[in-house]
Design a protein around this ligand. Structure first.
Ligand code: C2O
Ligand code: CU
Length: 484
């Protein structure tokens, strides 16, 4: 287990080690590809001071003693991870973004039985791709992830030229009262709109993040949005910066940061050039009216010389590319609906935005009809308990090995980051985010009323397809694909 960031120790940087630099990851240099990692995650309640070292303690749920642990492996390494459940409710581990075997995907009732309290489950997988990923349960996601149950997975080996520092920035708010107790993770107002926001912003679990980086060094920032609902608009002040990876996949050539938004569950890797010693760099989130500093970096003396910033980009990955000319097109509408699970709900997408919309959704909650989000007018049953025992029919049946283009349409006035399990797709178009290059992703942010096209080669299995606003997936906006 390593800290949130690691510094690649080139000899010339060794002198920085004593300066409070980001912690170094052990056993990086000389590590052979194909190593086997044995992890033991004990999902349990633990204590953490989320409101700061002086603040009250909160009862978090976590996999390890550390908050939001960062697991680092090399491409080609295999993982054997035992999940031991000491929580009061069932849980699983989903390996978000990892193109693993379906049986290891961690979806209760779909790919495995839920791991009941007191039980264990062993995950065996060899992640095929490099990149920045994360682990989270697929049960009661607002409550379990909301209390902190998640981990970061970094698969190294994609750098054509090693960065001088590699820093993980996992953004996730906490829903805490002033005394450190949890506030409700699901609210009718939030579930029916853009989601329930946290009360305290945090990076890597803490109220703020700062690190020292080598002057004139190339700094890789792995930005993960682990929040239940928030969208980030990152901006770098004080340094030149480019996007080098989207959801862990190389972006070639690297692109300017302008215009990228990071919805819930999405990741963006940035490369920036640190300033001269003493200089500072701030990564801001510009999404809200007042920019919020995600990370503050200070340059410490190094022997790296000043030189032009001309990033080469990462090595291209191994994701199979769809045959666009022969791909089959399938439409998916993401809508709000009223009705009981399993029935054909009335589509209320035609309503004027905001208030009347929210009012109808609120009414549906008050009358106990808790399912109100839908994909192709089909709602996921089970409500907030994440009970998937009665699987609805698949949204679509696809053929493994064939190319598909999904035409996604958000008919609602709220953003929906849409995630497909087990696949990495290419985002071909976004109707309201023009100007972005084509990129690879496992989650695509649909702005209100936006249309998008994504293309991929189907992989065999039963794969979930859902919005990653946690309250939305728990209240209907989830389905699955049968690929055989
Ligand atoms: Cu992170 Cu079903 O997803
Ligand atoms: Cu959504």
């Amino acid at each position: 287990m390593t800290g949130f960031s690691s510094l690649r120790r080139r000899g010339l940087l060794a002198g920085l080690a004593g300066l409070g630099l980001a912690r170094a990851a052990p056993a990086q240099a000389g590590q052979q590809a194909g190593r086997r990692h044995e992890w033991h995650f004990v999902a349990a309640e633990r204590e953490a001071r989320l409101l700061g070292p002086e603040g009250p303690a909160s009862r978090i749920w976590s996999y390890t003693d550390g908050l939001l642990p960062v697991m680092r492996i090399r491409q080609g390494d295999s993982i054997r991870a035992v999940l031991e459940n000491r929580l009061p409710e069932h849980t699983t581990i989903h390996w978000h973004g990892v193109r693993g075997p379906n049986a290891m995907d961690g979806v209760q009732y779909v790919t495995q039985p839920p791991v009941e309290p007191g039980q264990s489950f062993t995950y065996d997988l060899t992640p095929p791709d490099t990149g920045t990923f994360f682990l989270h349960p697929h049960c009661n996601e607002p409550g379990q992830v909301g209390r902190g149950l998640a981990a970061v997975l970094v698969v190294e080996g994609d750098e054509a030229e090693p960065a001088d520092a590699d820093i993980v920035l996992a953004v996730k708010d906490w829903r805490l009262a002033g005394d450190g107790a949890w506030l409700p993770f699901v609210t009718p107002q939030g579930a029916g709109r853009a989601g329930t926001f946290g009360t305290r912003r945090a990076v890597n679990g803490r109220p703020d993040f700062s690190a020292t980086v080598p002057a004139h060094g190339d700094v890789r920032l792995r930005l993960l949005n682990l929040d239940a609902t928030r969208t980030l608009t990152p901006r770098v002040e004080g340094a030149e910066a480019v996007v080098i990876a989207t959801d862990g996949n190389a972006l070639l050539p690297p692109a300017p940061l302008e215009g990228w938004r990071v919805g819930a569950a999405m990741r963006l890797d940035l490369l920036l050039r640190a300033p001269a010693a003493g200089g500072t760099v701030t990564l801001h989130d510009d999404f809200s009216r007042t920019p919020w500093p995600i990370a503050r970096l200070t340059a410490a003396p190094s022997t790296r010389p000043p030189r032009p910033f001309a990033p080469r980009g990462l090595r291209p990955g191994r994701v199979p590319r769809a045959d666009l000319a022969r791909a089959e097109r399938l439409p998916f509408a993401f809508s709000a609906s009223l009705g009981l699970p399993g029935t054909a709900p009335g589509d209320i997408a035609g309503l004027p935005p905001e208030d009347p919309f929210a009012q109808v959704l609120l009414d549906s909650l008050c009358t106990g009809r808790q399912t109100f989000w839908a994909i192709n007018k089909s709602t996921w049953p089970g409500g907030a308990q994440g009970d998937h025992r009665h699987l609805p029919p698949p949204l679509a049946e696809l053929k493994a090995g064939r190319s598909y283009i999904f035409e996604l349409h958000n008919t609602t006035p709220h953003p929906h980051p849409i995630h497909l399990h087990g696949h990495t797709f290419e985002v071909l178009s976004l109707s309201r985010q023009e100007g972005l290059p084509r990129f690879l992703a496992d989650t695509v942010l649909l702005q209100p009323r936006e249309r998008a096209e994504i293309a991929f080669v189907a992989a065999p299995g039963n794969w979930m397809f859902h919005c990653h606003v946690l309250e939305h997936l728990e209240t209907g906006m989830m389905g699955w694909l049968r690929i055989g």
